[in-house]
Ligand binder design. Structure first.
Ligand code: AMP
Ligand code: ZN
Ligand code: FE
Ligand code: FE
Length: 286
């Protein structure tokens, strides 16, 4: 069976492999296609595409992952983006500014607790241009303030913990629109993390998102149990939404998650990508 992975991060955001290293790993794992879905940026795509062309036999889908707010944090994935689209570029720049302001406020929160972190130190934790909470976590480990990545999140970085600051709100409608306008399709990422938990609430939320222009649901994900997968699959089918899946690979930031297979039990067929692409063609010709 041809296997794929539609959710991965590189050093362009908060993954630890460069786009080049990631594509080489994907090829080694025998994946036929991989979507690069860095947070708020498409800056890793160019290198990934070039490497894929160089080594052959692997397809790169240009993607992105955008954080929105709707009764809590919600992540929206975009696929088949025209990464050179000027409107997309402007919108991504805005998201990066929102992130910068959030990071600045988080540094302030640490400062108040007597923990001195500088922007320069955070920048040295990334090879890319974007700083996320995982870079705060690596720096806290380096400074000996925590022992593990998870401890950094539990104590300081997770939603509701000591130094957490929410980003300025982005409405999912705007995130979906940004993706659709650049020729892409929007997919709701890892619905297990939504505040909506019951089938009824999820159904009404998915329906709303579909009305906003959503094309699919990430049914298969490293953090979805078999029960979750069944629930989300049923809802996607009921609502005629595409089904997608991915590992959400971040390299050593999340060492228990492997590319393509997640925690070991993911296996994503190329058919998912075919169907997503069909939807995109239908949308473009509509
Ligand atoms: P940011 O985009 O800067 O808000 O950071 C988001 C990243 O932090 C994502 O890669 C998440 O997987 C990671 N993350 C968020 N919450 C947690 C948590 N509670 N434990 C571990 N990682 C987390
Ligand atoms: Zn991430
Ligand atoms: Fe996410
Ligand atoms: Fe992700």
């Amino acid at each position: 069976m041809k296997r794929i992975d539609l959710h991965s991060h590189t050093t362009a955001s908060d993954g630890t492999l460069t786009p080049r290293e990631l594509i080489k790993l994907a090829k080694k794992q025998g994946l036929e296609a991989i979507a690069i879905t860095d947070h708020d940026t498409v800056s890793g795509i160019k290198e990934a595409k070039a490497v894929a062309e160089e080594i052959g036999g692997i397809e790169v889908i240009p993607g992105v992952e955008v954080s929105a707010d709707y009764y809590g944090e919600m992540h929206i994935l975009g696929y088949f983006l025209d990464i050179h689209d000027p409107v997309l570029q402007v919108r991504l720049e805005e998201l990066k500014e929102i992130r910068k302001r959030r990071n600045h406020r988080m540094i302030g929160r640490f400062q108040k607790r007597g923990i001195h972190l500088t922007l320069e130190e955070l920048e040295s934790e990334t090879k890319g241009e974007l700083i996320g909470r995982p870079h705060f976590a690596s720096l806290l480990i380096k400074k000996g303030l925590v022992n593990t990545f998870q401890e950094a999140f539990n104590k300081y970085l997770a939603h509701g913990s000591l130094c957490y600051v929410a980003k300025e709100e982005v409405h999912p409608k705007d995130a979906i629109e940004m993706i659709n306008k650049s020729g892409g399709v929007a997919v709701l990422a890892h619905p297990v993390f939504l505040k909506a938990k019951t089938r009824l609430k999820l159904k009404s939320l998915f329906t709303e998102l579909k009305e906003m222009g959503l094309t699919g649901i990430e049914v298969y994900h490293s953090d979805h149990s078999w029960k979750h997968r069944e629930l989300f699959l049923g809802l996607a089918n009921d609502l005629d939404l595409c089904v997608t899946g991915g590992s959400d690979y971040h390299g050593t930031h999340k060492p228990y998650i492997n590319l393509g297979v997640g925690r070991g039990n993911l296996s994503l067929s190329y058919d998912l990508l075919d169907r997503l692409r069909e939807k995109q063609s239908l949308k473009l010709s509509a």
